[in-house]
Design a protein around this ligand. Structure first.
Ligand code: B12
Length: 140
């Protein structure tokens, strides 16, 4: 009797945690925060709450924000060797001539780590804070 009750309880907990991680489309998802900052202007940083399919790449989160937020947009360039390069965010584009680009970082307790791959390869973790920062590479 006690073991049946334990089994039902564990099943209940399992169903609860599974339900908690399901998105509208029925796929498990990972919630993340994404901020957009600009080192070269004094625009107020924007922060978006979004999610990506479990095991999915950062690009999926950007697409999801673009679908939900009328003021968020981005464009990509395809590089033959490294895949997808984030070219512009909210109408602000990086430029070879101006030596500017969108840097992609992960922030944790005030520490910023530069991602070592692009948006088409990076797999965000649960509750990760991703920062897209417009900056100059001349002052790295
Ligand atoms: C210089 C450089 C940059 C410069 C390129 C501009 C310039 N004109 O200098 C800047 C600062 C913009 C840059 C940015 C980034 N870079 Co970079 N970069 C390099 C580096 C050191 C040399 C590239 C180069 O000049 N090759 C010589 C030229 C003649 O060849 P090319 O094919 O024309 O080079 C182009 C591509 O490399 C492209 N590029 C550069 N970085 C990246 C990153 C991604 C994801 C893509 C798709 C394209 C791309 O820009 C170059 C100029 O057009 C390489 C490492 C290496 N030693 O190769 C890393 C390297 C390519 N970068 C890398 C990364 C991770 C990034 C960033 C994602 C870092 C970040 N977290 O922000 C960002 C891209 C962000 C975005 N907006 O999508 C990785 C890519 C790894 C991978 N498998 O995805 C590398 C291999 C470094 C590493 N970690 O080992 N980068």
């Amino acid at each position: 009797m006690a073991s049946t009750r334990m089994a039902l309880l564990s099943m209940g907990l399992l169903l609860f945690s599974v339900q908690e991680t399901l998105t509208v489309k029925g796929q498990a998802s990972v919630a993340i925060r994404l901020s957009v900052e600009n080192d070269l202007s004094n625009l107020t940083p924007e922060t978006y709450l979004t999610s990506v399919v479990k095991g999915g790449v950062l690009l999926g989160a950007l697409r999801r924000i673009q679908e939900m937020q009328p003021h968020f947009s981005f464009t990509l360039k395809e590089d033959p060797n490294y895949g997808l390069f984030l070219e512009s965010v909210n109408g602000v584009a990086g430029s070879e001539k101006e030596q500017t680009y969108w840097e992609i970082l992960s922030e944790d307790s005030g520490e910023y780590t530069r991602l070592d791959v692009g948006i088409g390869c990076y797999t965000p973790a649960e509750d990760e804070h991703i920062v897209l920062r417009f900056r100059s590479w001349a002052i790295i």
